[in-house]
Design a protein around this ligand. Sequence first.
Ligand SMILES: C[S@@+](CC[C@H](N)C(=O)[O-])C[C@H]1O[C@@H](n2cnc3c(N)ncnc32)[C@H](O)[C@@H]1O
Length: 246
Amino acid sequence: MSDAETAQPAQHPSHRPIFSFSRRSGRLTDGQQTSWETLGPKYLVDVERAELDFSVNPAFRVDPAELFGRDAPLVVEIGSGTGEAVVAAAAERPERNFLAVEVFVAGLARTLRRIEDAGLSNVRLVEANAVEVLEHMLPPGSVEELWIFFPDPWHKAKHTKRRLVRDGFSAVAANALRPGGRMRLATDWEDYAFQMREVLDAAPEFTSEHPGDWAPRFDGRTLTVFERKAAKAGRRIHDLSYVTAE
Ligand SMILES: C[S@@+](CC[C@H](N)C(=O)[O-])C[C@H]1O[C@@H](n2cnc3c(N)ncnc32)[C@H](O)[C@@H]1O
């Protein structure tokens, strides 16, 4: 079986797919609800669904140039949380387009507010499972950089199969990236960092930019509340950086 055929979501023995997230309550505060209603139409991709409410219909495609109203290098952040990193990066790099992918609705609502407050026109959001966004929604080779910062660690042994970066993920990620595109990752869980390195070092589509080592901290990643808390709790942050063949 090829990597693409084993791509996520993996199958549970009961044939239920295993996702890298557990959907949190979709309840929003009044302010978040207002952001969702007033700003959603401006920045949220109107996704065609398959069966589940965070899925992407396999026939659904988006043309990034049309979505942003211009052709520019596209950065995709998977698991953008409340949008702290993506909004700071988009403000710093106005010449790039940024697509934030998240399933946590309250986080997306907060991101909408941040985008509007910062007056940015180069960010769009997708409420969907990122694996399906990469597999179906985005044209192959359309992504300049893929960012995965502090993905859910699923640190209990019985949960590690839920991790986003596992067998099958590399092929999906590489297919969305342009030749010579880059994937940047960061995690505060050491054993997940080793798992990422093992999975990506073994992936024929990727080459490490720091073989056998960790990447230096990516200075385009703003220091978020999340990262600060992890550091305060004494967890070392590991960065990784991989490129696809030219
Ligand atoms: C630990 S949080 C980190 C959030 C953010 N990157 C930060 O540093 O603050 C991980 C986020 O990834 C999201 N997530 C996990 N798997 C995802 C997937 N397959 N598609 C979209 N979002 C996902 C979760 O909902 C969660 O908000």
